[in-house]
Design a protein around this ligand. Structure first.
Ligand code: ZN
Length: 128
């Protein structure tokens, strides 16, 4: 009788242990998702030319930004959490060939047009 009681206790302990592990795993996943979402939402794209800010918009808003300066034109595309230079009339097209950026601190530079596109940690979302 005593042994049977012990077995039940052990089974119960195993089930409890398994439930706790599952709960912790689930909690971690939820926490991770929450942090990831927050990071994504807080990113923004800043476009500067000659040191002045032309655009500052959330990275989460898909759109095309047109930059026209005395040096030339750049068309900057924000799409699915990434930003890249879609078109430019600069001679070497280095900015157009730069891979899309998405992480805080990354930049795309168009030297001849003195345009700098950067991803920053500024939260530009409208507060509800
Ligand atoms: Zn360029």
């Amino acid at each position: 009788m005593e042994e049977k009681g012990n077995l039940q206790k052990r089974v119960l302990n195993s089930v409890l242990f398994f439930a706790v592990v599952l709960l912790i795993a689930f909690g971690l996943i939820v926490l991770r998702l929450a942090i990831t979402n927050k990071e994504d939402a807080a990113k923004s794209v800043v476009v500067e030319s000659d040191g002045s800010i032309l655009y500052a918009v959330p990275l989460s808003d898909d759109q095309t930004l047109s930059v026209k300066t005395e040096y030339g034109e750049n068309s900057i595309r924000i799409e699915r959490g990434k930003v890249y230079v879609e078109n430019a009339d600069c001679p070497k097209q280095i900015c157009v060939h730069t891979a899309p950026i998405r992480d805080i601190g990354q930049t795309i530079v168009c030297l001849p047009h003195r345009v700098v596109v950067s991803v920053t940690a500024i939260d530009l979302r409208k507060k509800e």
